[in-house]
Design a protein around this ligand. Structure first.
Ligand code: NAP
Length: 238
């Protein structure tokens, strides 16, 4: 007997992979996606890898049809897939802008739009969007990325207002610097400088984010909706 179905975009590595492991260890059936073929390093039938590009509405529709036929439509949707394509604004190419907006923002629209109907029918659901503190505080070289992540905060609030009466919560998590492939380009001295600006003195781990996702997906968080919660070792304080 499973606790429910979870769909995670971008689950082949990093934060999404950690979230997938948490849910499968807690008896959920997890569908995890990425653009490239991948295998989960946990052996279980309850982790189902699917090759899917969140920017492709055809891919998303095919996946939806498959999940519907297998009775695997999600109760919990984690919009985690994201990319960066950093460049100072004057040098930013149209493709840098388009690819980042298409993945980080349009991808969230594509998945939420197709999966929300079933949540409305079931009168329960959780949507958790992975944003970034870059969307809250800005970051030089990330006009495209911070625009896409900032838009997720508005997306989250408006959708939360629409879906509250259907017992569906929509929240956003804004991680700070987390040790994954996305931040692996940082040289040791740059990493050290960043750590000095973080009150807790270290970069975060993917598991730190997975724990917050787990809480927001749980019954304990049933009265939290429309929020953007930072998890950044104290880097951004209002
Ligand atoms: N790491 C950080 O410091 C940090 C900070 C703030 C926010 N975040 C956010 O947290 C999320 C996860 O980041 P991460 O650090 O875990 O990144 P990561 O290690 O680079 O992993 C990204 C995941 O997304 C998948 N992906 C990328 N584009 C995709 C697409 N178009 N369709 C489907 N899957 C796609 C990747 O697989 P494929 O390449 O195979 O598609 C991979 O599984 C992102 O939204 C990111 O913006 C990260």
């Amino acid at each position: 007997m499973s606790n429910g179905n979870v769909f995670i975009s971008g689950a082949s590595r990093g934060i999404g992979n950690s979230i997938a492991k948490y849910f499968v260890q807690n008896d959920y059936i997890v569908v995890g996606t990425s653009r490239n073929e991948f295998k989960f390093d946990v052996k279980t039938e309850n982790l189902i890898p699917v090759k899917l590009d969140v920017t492709s509405r055809d891919d998303v529709k095919k996946c939806f049809d498959f999940l519907k036929s297998e009775n695997l439509l999600p109760d919990i949707l984690i919009n985690n897939a994201g990319i960066t394509s950093d460049q100072i604004f004057l040098r930013m190419k149209n493709e840098d802008w388009d690819n980042v907006i298409d993945t980080n923002l349009n991808g969230v629209f594509n998945l939420s739009k197709i999966f929300v109907k079933n949540m409305i029918k079931n009168k329960k659901g959780r949507i958790i969007n992975i944003s970034s503190i870059s969307g809250l505080m800005g970051n030089p070289g990330q006009v495209n990325y911070s625009s896409s992540k900032s838009a997720l905060n508005g997306f989250t609030k408006s959708l939360a207002k629409e879906l509250g009466s259907r017992n569906i919560t929509v929240n956003c998590i804004a991680p700070g610097f987390i040790e994954t492939d996305m931040t692996s380009f940082l040289e040791e001295d740059a990493k050290q400088r960043i750590e000095e600006t973080i009150p807790l003195g270290r970069l975060g781990k993917a598991e730190d984010i997975a724990k917050l996702v787990a809480f927001l997906a749980s019954d304990e968080a049933s009265y939290i909706t429309g929020q953007t919660i930072s998890i950044d070792g104290g880097l951004l304080m209002y």
